[in-house]
Every structure is written in structure tokens, then in C-alpha cells.
Design a protein around this ligand. Structure first.
Ligand code: DI6
Ligand code: FE
Length: 404
């Protein structure tokens, strides 16, 4: 990995590029001090910019930098064995009840020191970055104690600094009940709300708060307790909602002004209406749907009709979505969830940025915003969804620097 300060500056005039929205026309982007100064058709470029340092895009298609708005990237070990168990007939819930599942990653994460977690997560992050990711959310939730959740969040922050990529950390202390609290869910949630979250927030390690609200995880009442604690600290919330069943989590999250509700395969009409009213983003996670061989589709048509913004993310995690390509998720969002190509591309840019509260700095190429954009070796935008397993990145401008 090259030190971030050795990435060349992207300042200057980018030509020989085409914007995804209007791929037939040559475009130009002016970058000044790491921010976009001007973007538009090359024919409309103001003369004053013509003499800036040139960057030739070689005819590439350009999109905003991708945003992966839901990942559990930092954890110890991996769980290929459970994948094999499920193929042999066990369900995800059965694997979890047999002591596997999230808790097995908790064991491996607790055993690993910070440097080990950093090295393992770095390798995964590099793969996501190679696909054009410029901002990423990283959740805790495999530590489940103050010490180990802190370790995960510190690694997430370090990854951001080391790679020059925007990292938003999400505290997911309420991801699973740690084994030492078996049968004492209420006590654990108290610990999460009264000790873990306030301490980690005070250390500047928490950008948002999430809960796994599900039969195999935490109840609606427990979820609300965590939301109250987040609100008291002024932190935004998001929710793993209605993945395996309709718990009414989305409506609750919307009442707390959630940035996003994620998974939502079993989202109800009331949930959609609540999300519409609160401006909450629906985060679709086709990698988990695919890995679990789920057949219960999220209510895409109803979300679309209601105008709820839909984001698409990897949900990278060792149990249900060992996905390391956000572009592959774009393909799956189209193929499995029937998103249109523009919907899927908005889902990994503008709407994903909004799901993280990053809409002013990511997800678009616009004057005043930091320069985050990707040059792709494709003729038309639909190719970004069409090919899978291809790596069409030609160059990535991340935070005003040419990172790839
Ligand atoms: N939902 C998921 O799909 C992941 N976490 C969650 O809350 C699964 C995490 C795992 O199995 O390790
Ligand atoms: Fe998740």
C-alpha cells in the first residue's frame, strides 16, 4: 500500500471523459485544491480553465466515487464452514442457535489484536477500493464488550487514515447477545446504552448507531432503548430491519429519524410509509439475500412508488455476505431485485451517501464537493451493471488525489 500523501494530486483539467448521464458527449471536470470546481460538457468549458494541468481520461466513462454504506469489514477469522453447513441443509437461524453465526466471529474477533484485525481488514478494503469505493461505512458488532468494540472501531478509523478513504463508523454493540450474557438480554442492553456507547462516543469512535432488530437478536423495545441512548448523545441511528421477519423495526427507526433501514426483505406498507415521511433511505443488500438463498424479495415496487431512496451495499460480513465487490452488488440489485441501471448506480452513489449523512461530500460530482470520481473502461453506464466479475476501473480520484 502506498502512503496516502504519495498519491498524485488530481488538481487540474480532466478531459477525454464522458459522464454516465450523457455518455455521448465529451465532458470536462476541473479540480482545484482537491475539490470539484467545474463539471460539464467540454464544449462549455470556460476559457479560463483551459490552461490547467491536463489529465486525459482516454475516453473513459466517469461516475461519482462509489459509496459502500453498510459493511461489517473488521472481524477476526472467516466462516466458510458455516456456508458449507447451510449447503448441507442447516438454516442461518439453526447455525446461529448451534453456537455458530455471529458469536463465532465474536470469538475470533476478541482473540485478534488490533494489528491483526487491521491487516485482515486491509486486504478486504483493498478489494473494495479496487472497485471504485471512495467512502465506506464500517460497523462494530463482533466485539460485544467495551474493550473489543473499541478495538474494532479503532481499526475502522485507522483504515480510513491509512487508505485516504472516507470511513463512517457505526456502533453495533446490539448485534448479538454475547455468550456471557446468555439469558440476560436486558442487562446487556443496559451495558450497551449506559457504558459502551457513551464511552466510545466520548472517544470520537462513533458516527452512527445501529441495532440488529430480529427474532434471533434484539426486540423492538430493546432497539428503542438503544435509539434513545443514541439520541441523548446526538448520534444518528440506522437499523438492520425486517431481514428475516417483520418486527416493525423500520417504523420505529423512522420515528427516530433514522438515516437508513437496511435489509428490509419483510418491510410492510406501514414501514414504507414511515420511511417516506422521515426521509429514511432503504438500503438493499442483495449479497445477503443471495448468500442465504432468500426468496422473499424486498418490496421494491412499493418503495419505488413511494419515492423512498434506495441504496445498494455489500453488507460485507463473514456470515451472510462475504462480498468484496460493490459492482457485483449492482449487478445483483438489477438481476435479483429488478432495479433499473440508473436506480442501481444511484444506489451506490447518491443514495448511499445519504444513508451515511455524507450527501454534501460524496455520491455526486458537483462544484464545491471534494473530488471523488471513478474513470471506467466501459462505453456505456449499463455495462457497470451488466458485466460481473469484471474489474473495469481505469482510475479512481479519491479525496482529490489519484488513488488508483
Ligand atoms: N445481519 C446480517 O446479515 C449480518 N448481521 C446482521 O445483523 C450477519 C452477520 C453475521 O452472520 O456475522
Ligand atoms: Fe449487516
Amino acid at each position: 500500500m502506498k502512503p496516502v500523501n504519495e498519491f498524485p494530486s488530481a488538481d487540474g483539467l480532466w478531459t477525454g471523459i464522458r459522464l454516465a448521464a450523457d455518455a455521448g458527449v465529451e465532458a470536462a471536470i476541473v479540480v482545484e485544491q482537491g475539490a470539484v470546481r467545474w463539471v460539464g460538457a467540454r464544449s462549455a468549458l470556460p476559457a479560463g480553465f483551459a490552461g490547467l494541468a491536463p489529465h486525459d481520461g482516454g475516453g473513459a466513462l466517469v461516475t461519482p466515487g462509489l459509496v459502500d454504506c453498510h459493511t461489517h469489514l473488521v472481524y477476526g477469522g472467516q466462516r466458510a464452514n458455516e456456508f458449507a453447513m447451510r449447503l448441507a441443509g442447516a438454516t442461518y437461524e439453526e447455525v446461529a442457535k448451534a453456537g455458530g453465526g455471529i458469536v463465532s466471529s465474536v470469538r475470533a474477533t476478541r482473540e485478534a489484536d488490533e494489528d491483526t484485525l487491521f491487516a485482515q481488514a486491509s486486504a478486504r478494503l483493498e478489494q473494495l477500493l479496487a472497485d471504485g469505493v471512495c467512502a465506506i461505512e464500517i460497523k462494530s458488532g463482533y466485539g460485544l464488550s467495551l474493550e473489543h468494540e473499541r478495538k474494532q472501531l479503532r481499526v475502522a478509523r485507522r483504515l480510513g487514515e491509512a487508505y485516504g478513504v472516507t470511513v463512517r463508523t457505526t456502533f453495533l454493540g446490539a448485534h448479538a447477545l454475547p455468550p456471557e450474557y446468555a439469558g440476560r438480554s436486558g442487562e446487556y442492553i443496559d451495558l450497551v446504552c449506559k457504558e459502551m456507547l457513551p464511552a466510545l462516543a466520548a472517544e470520537g469512535l462513533v458516527d452512527a448507531v445501529d441495532v440488529f432488530c430480529e427474532r434471533i437478536a434484539f426486540s423492538l423495545a430493546e432497539t428503542e432503548q438503544v435509539f434513545k441512548a443514541a439520541k441523548a448523545l446526538g448520534l444518528p441511528v440506522k437499523l438492520h430491519a425486517e431481514q428475516l421477519s417483520d418486527m416493525g423495526g423500520a417504523a420505529l427507526a423512522a420515528r427516530y429519524g433514522a438515516l437508513s433501514c437496511d435489509h428490509i426483505e419483510h418491510l410492510s406498507a406501514e414501514g414504507i410509509e414511515a420511511m417516506r415521511k422521515s426521509g429514511t433511505v432503504a438500503v438493499l443488500l442483495p449479497g445477503a439475500y443471495y448468500t442465504l438463498r432468500d426468496t422473499h424479495l424486498p418490496p421494491i415496487a412499493a418503495l419505488r412508488a413511494a419515492g423512498v431512496p434506495m441504496a445498494v451495499s455489500t453488507d460485507h460480513n463473514p456470515g451472510t455476505s462475504p462480498a468484496l465487490s460493490l459492482l457485483l452488488m449492482v449487478n445483483m440489485a438489477c438481476t435479483l431485485f429488478c432495479l433499473t441501471v440508473p436506480e442501481a448506480l444511484d444506489g451506490v452513489t447518491v443514495h448511499a451517501a445519504r444513508a451515511l449523512g455524507l450527501q454534501d461530500t460524496h455520491g455526486a460530482i458537483a462544484p464545491g464537493m471534494p473530488a471523488n470520481f471513478v474513470l471506467w473502461n466501459v462505453r456505456e453506464a449499463a455495462e457497470l451493471a451488466y458485466w460481473f466479475g469484471q474489474q473495469p476501473v481505469r482510475a479512481v480520484v479519491r479525496q482529490g488525489r489519484i488513488a488508483i
